[in-house]
Design a protein around this ligand. Structure first.
Ligand code: SF4
Length: 908
């Protein structure tokens, strides 16, 4: 067994991992104890990474189709890249360089990004390079640049250990950045006096852990921050000497917040004036106030000003650049920051240079040795797909991202992809929602197979190593970009192409990138792969001659603005871009689940990651469920002004009455609809061009789909169970669109089970059921069947080795829950054999019925936890008895909540 160091490819915490492998296959993964982001810890997603390194759904060979009516066929790499180069060259010759576009991803490594950026801006002469980081971090970038002068989070994770007031706004790190949240929990445990304020419309696990939860109405953040500033001014907490010396623009902001009293803000934000005052005073009294934000602020049509208003709170008290202080934006994706470092957005150039700045363009042209870098601004993500839809962009290259799932207003994205003359998709996975639109599919390496660097939320660069070779003919993303550039340059008649893309190794790209940063705010001329390997991951800046990166920026009170002074910005005071009304009365917000990542191309392949939430759903307050005559689990149609989807309603206290929540992960390859982005709107922030993915106004109505079915299939032997489940899940995907509602998921732990849920308005045709039985292999001598044609009920149960390994319930699905648990537990059916076809909603024997799994690592269920809490166990006793929450810790916030709920029930 060999070990290789890399990073987790999911969130921006950027945890270090050690991949255990045999040189061919990934066997295990564990946290890297030496990595300063996580010190050995991993969350549920990171600790199950090795389960995702499977070949079943990987794209293995280049595939090309000559026209849209034909299926794609396997081609050689040479033929694939020649075709792409021909097509791009032809479009460029005929329509100009801006008729092509590149849409990249925060999942790419920095070196991959660098080559793509040079390919578009240095070779083709177009700035049409944008990335899915536009959907994620661009508002934070714009906010930092407007206030502090540079796209540089000034803080570090170690600040959690020093902050005495932590204001978390628009972020749910308990789910989205779990290891950062573990560090916050540890800081709070070590210093219980530390105040934690959470601003979030939902009572997330993060909010439930706070000393003060401000459950504001979506889009009202600026009013809250302005009111807090108002209180800071009124109560004398503002540091005027520091403001006079180190900032500009305060008077205008002071004037703007004059009317933003806590009472006024209370009416707008929907929280009490007293709570606003408390939050402001805790902030003002703190020696070390630290703010933390993420998508809840960024994904708004005033996302930039959400950020500047929050940053103003740090500037107003003069607390920035010291341990425990400052405004700290959490990066969503693992390498969104690395992409920006090399200028991987349509408005940026290498090393944080601005495209709009002629001097910066000239510097980059000189560094690259090209005549010029184009002046015309490139198109941002939303604009780019609009240009594709309008026929202005005719050839689109998509790398490592899934716009047919992640972009807002999906109907428009599908239209754009259908209209585009030539779509190239460079991907590791064959099954993403975007893949069907690709004329050319190029197989890319994935996690554990790639070398390069990534930068996490705290500006820390890690050298990521390849542990195993990629399957089939997969290639590194930078190799694909380089080889395409070489072919395209030839067709464009560019004699300098070979020199421009003379990259024999991945490190040669890093060296060139580092060179472009010389003298810039992110100077990393002192770094190399050898230095990173010797000293470990380092924060930038790290110029030549230093031995260590910088943990806190602006310690000297000098900022990266032209005057050297931080800027106060008077923010917009508009609210959400879409108001609720009588027709669309619910405020929908979107976000993440604890155990899934983005479009689930990786986490969706791991059965145990479905144990926490096993089916797509809309979360509604219990009062709204009752008021609408719904029951928990009913199917509802959710409609916005842009589209509608059908989901199961889930009753919860986490969302306020009048609000709703849908996770972002579920898309068309697991669901009969495109998921929540069928509903979201593409209004963008004027500065960051980031769309308002977080909020939309919706209505719901109960929908009667009386013809329901549930199909499940496992396997007898572990070696084949996961592979078969993945293959069957992929084969079921085209079936999803046949039904009014259908969702496919996995269940189980070591023996994956594929689960298909169907609800339809008309009887499900018998021939469809027969075809599904064949697909799920629900046949043969071990398959028992029951049918009652008069009632439209038919059932099948496959029993192998004394266990239930396959099931189809049609017309009567009440027993699906406990039968699924029977399959998951791989229990003998001896005691329940005679009830297999009975419509029992609960298991006939008490040994079945563990309920939803809360602790994924130790496989502990909600029922077991609730029963222990009812016996009087507190968190420590619970952990001692059941061991839940003692491994990765991702479930600890939920355990605390269950303990608190149990205690409340006892008091009542
Ligand atoms: Fe990966 Fe979890 Fe760490 Fe994020 S917190 S980088 S998902 S292990």
């Amino acid at each position: 067994m060999a070990e290789t160091k890399a990073t987790c490819p999911y969130c921006g915490v950027g945890c270090g991992v050690i991949i255990q492998h045999d040189g061919e296959r990934v066997i295990e993964v564990r946290g890297d104890p030496d990595h300063p982001a996580n010190f050995g810890r991993l969350c549920t997603k990171g600790s199950t990474l090795h389960f995702t390194a499977r070949p079943e759904t990987r794209l293995l060979f280049p595939e090309l189709r000559q026209n849209r009516a034909e299926p794609r066929a396997r081609v050689s790499w040479d033929q694939a890249l020649d075709t792409a180069a021909d097509k791009f060259a032809s479009v460029i010759h005929t329509h100009g360089p801006d008729a092509v576009g590149f849409y990249l991803s925060g999942q790419l490594l920095t070196e991959d990004y660098y080559v793509f950026n040079k390919l578009a801006k240095g070779l083709i002469g177009s700035n049409n390079v944008d990335t899915n980081s536009r959907l994620c971090m661009s508002s934070a970038v714009a906010a930092y640049k407007q206030t502090l002068g540079a796209d540089a989070p000034p803080c570090s994770y170690e600040d959690f250990d020093h902050a005495d007031c932590l204001l978390i706004a628009g972020a749910n790190p308990a789910f989205a950045h779990p290891i950062a949240f573990r560090r916050i929990e540890a800081a709070k445990a070590a210093r219980p006096g530390m105040k934690i304020i959470v601003v979030d419309p939902r009572r997330t696990d993060t909010a439930a852990s706070a000393d003060l939860h401000l459950a504001i109405l979506p889009g009202t953040d600026i009013w809250l921050f302005n009111a807090m500033l108002h209180v800071l001014l009124w109560d004398g907490y503002v540091n005027m000497p520091w403001i006079r010396e180190h900032t500009e623009g305060f008077e205008a902001l002071r004037e703007a917040v004059r009317e933003a009293t806590p009472v006024v803000a209370s009416g707008i934000c929907g929280v009490s004036a007293d709570d606003i005052v408390t939050a402001a005073r805790w902030w003002g009294e703190a020696q070390t106030p630290l703010s933390l934000w993420c998508m809840g602020l960024n994904q708004s049509h005033h996302g930039t000003h959400n950020g500047t208003a929050l940053i103003a709170l740090s500037l107003a008290v003069g607390k920035i650049g010291q341990p425990g202080c400052g405004p700290f934006s959490l990066t969503g994706q693992p390498n969104a920051m690395g992409g920006r470092e090399v200028g991987g957005l349509s408005n940026l150039l290498s090393a944080h240079r601005d495209l709009a700045n002629p001097a910066h363009r000239a510097e980059v042209a000189a560094l690259w040795g090209v005549e010029s870098v184009p002046e015309k601004p490139g198109l941002s993500a939303i604009e780019m797909f609009e240009a594709v839809r309008a026929g202005q962009i005719k050839a689109l290259w998509i790398a490592c991202t899934n716009p047919a799932h992640s972009m807002p207003q999906q109907a428009l994205i599908r239209e754009a992809l259908e209209k585009c003359e030539f779509v190239v998709l460079q991907e590791a996975y064959a099954t993403t929602e975007t893949a069907p639109y690709a004329d050319l599919l190029l197989p890319a390496l994935s996690w554990a197979e790639k070398e390069g660097t990534v930068t996490n939320s705290e500006r820390r660069i890690t050298h990521v190593n390849a542990a195993v070779p990629g399957p089939g003919e997969t290639r590194a993303d930078w190799v694909i970009a380089r080889d395409f550039a070489l072919k395209l340059g030839e067709k464009l008649g560019r004699a300098d192409t070979a020199r421009l893309f003379d990259y024999p190794t991945v490190e040669s790209i890093f060296k060139e990138h580092a060179d472009t940063t010389r003298g810039r705010d992110l100077d990393i001329t002192g770094l190399s792969y050898a230095v990173l390997d010797e000293l470990g991951p380092q924060q930038w800046p790290f110029p030549e001659g230093v031995q260590q990166g910088v943990s806190h920026l602006y310690a000297d009170g000098k900022f990266e603005t032209t005057t050297g002074k931080a800027q106060f910005i008077v923010p917009a005071t508009s609210l959400t871009s879409e108001s609720i009304d009588a027709r669309y009365p619910l405020r929908l917000t979107t976000g993440r689940l604890r155990d899934q990542w983005h479009g689930m191309s990786r986490t969706g392949k791991t059965a145990r990651l479905y144990a926490h939430v096993d089916e797509p759903r809309i979360e509604l307050n219990k009062a709204d469920i009752g008021r609408r005559g719904l029951r928990d689990g009913d199917l509802v149609r959710v409609r916005s002004r842009r589209g509608s989807i059908i989901l199961r309603a889930h009753a919860t206290e986490e969302v306020r009455p009048g609000h709703a929540f849908i996770a972002m992960h579920w898309g068309r390859n697991v669901l009969s609809s495109a998921g929540v982005n069928e509903l979201t709107l593409n209004n963008i922030d004027p500065y960051s061009k980031q769309p308002e993915l977080k909020h939309a106004a919706v209505q719901i109505e109960k929908i009667e789909l009386p013809h329901q079915a549930l199909l499940m299939r496992s396997a007898v032997y572990a070696e084949v169970a996961n592979g078969l489940a993945l293959e069957r899940a992929a084969a079921l995907e085209p079936w999803l669109r046949k039904f009014d509602y259908a969702a496919v998921s996995l269940a189980g732990r070591d023996f994956a089970i594929v689960v298909l849920r169907i609800a339809h308005s008309t009887p499900i045709p018998a021939e469809w059921l027969e075809q599904l039985d064949v697909l799920m292999d629900l046949q043969g001598e071990h398959c028992m069947a029951y049918a009652d044609a008069r009632r439209g009920v038919s059932k099948k149960a496959l029993v192998e080795e004394g266990m239930l390994t396959g099931l189809r319930l049609t017309g009567e699905t009440a027993a699906g829950g406990w039968l699924k648990e029977l399959m998951i537990e791989r229990a003998s059916i001896d005691t329940v054999r005679r009830w297999l076809f009975a419509p029992l909603p609960k298991a006939p024997v008490s040994s079945i019925g563990r309920g939803r799994i809360v602790c994924n690592c130790l496989n502990v269920s909600e029922n077991e936890i609730r029963s222990a809490v009812a016996d009087g166990k507190d968190l420590a006793a619970l952990q001692d008895a059941l061991k839940c929450g003692t491994s990765c810790g991702s479930c600890v916030p939920e355990l605390k909540r269950l303990v608190a709920e149990g205690n409340k029930a006892v008091v009542q």
